[in-house]
Design a protein around this ligand. Structure first.
Ligand code: ZN
Length: 241
């Protein structure tokens, strides 16, 4: 329940008390509000995350993100540095229950594994290295300088590029997600449904991913998961070899 709904609820209760409504009515209205809060989509997602990572203080928000359409979720820190998971309304509405479990577990894993910190540090190192390569290039001067700059930034971006870090983080978060789900006694086959949908529907997405290489392909991620958890193959309906 958002801030506005809380304010409206408070106003309704205040009005009831002010207008001298009977105690029964006030209790009933409070119960209905609590029930709505408990049953809200956000509250449902929050309960899943609390179950996956008790005491980790990770909050969940359902929110449209500017410029990003469709099914998506992010692990991020809010302006106060608190751990936050943002899930798009499309993800909440279109993914089935098991898939949502997996997506929430995956984002929870990013937080528990401190991936955001690693990413921030890596990005700073990369910025410093880029600058250093630029300065060396200028010092080198002319064609040689250009060549030095080019080679250095190529070498460093290979080492520090988002690609390597990002792909490894995604795979690590997938594996940790399954561990969290198993520990919380939640279904794990959402991972298969989620990746299988992507494998089937994601031809263009895969093609794009090959070029911008941000997200490892869904099929790669699924294969990586089965490597760590061979029993996941049961989710496909095929028996284990
Ligand atoms: Zn991720």
């Amino acid at each position: 329940m958002g801030f506005l709904s809380w304010m409206i609820s408070l106003l309704i209760i205040a009005f009831l008390i002010y207008s001298g409504a009977s105690f029964h009515w006030i209790v009933l209205v409070i119960l209905v509000i609590l029930l709505l809060t408990y049953g809200s989509k956000r509250a449902r997602l929050q309960r899943i995350v609390n179950r996956l990572a008790p005491g980790a203080g990770i909050r969940v928000k359902i929110q449209k993100i500017e410029g990003i359409n469709g099914i998506n979720a992010f692990a991020m820190l809010d302006e106060h540095g608190n751990k936050l998971i943002i899930v798009t309304p499309e993800a909440v509405n279109e993914l089935d229950k098991d898939e949502l479990y997996f997506v929430l577990a995956h984002e929870t894993a990013h937080h528990l594994k401190d991936h955001l910190v690693v990413k921030a540090v890596t990005e700073s190192i990369k910025a410093i290295v880029d600058t250093a390569a630029g300065i060396l290039g200028i010092l080198g001067g002319g064609i040689w300088g250009g060549a030095i700059n080019y080679v250095l930034s190529k070498i460093f971006s290979r080492i520090f590029t988002n690609k390597t870090i990002y792909i490894n983080q995604e795979k690590e978060a997938d594996v940790e997600a399954i561990r969290l789900l198993k520990k919380a006694n939640l279904p794990v086959c959402g991972a298969y449904k989620f990746f299988n949908h992507r494998i089937k529907e994601g031809f263009w997405e895969s093609l794009i991913a090959l070029f911008i290489d941000e997200h490892p392909l869904a099929s790669q991620r699924w294969e990586n998961l089965v490597l760590h958890y061979p029993d996941l193959i049961l989710c496909t309906g095929k028996s284990r070899r």
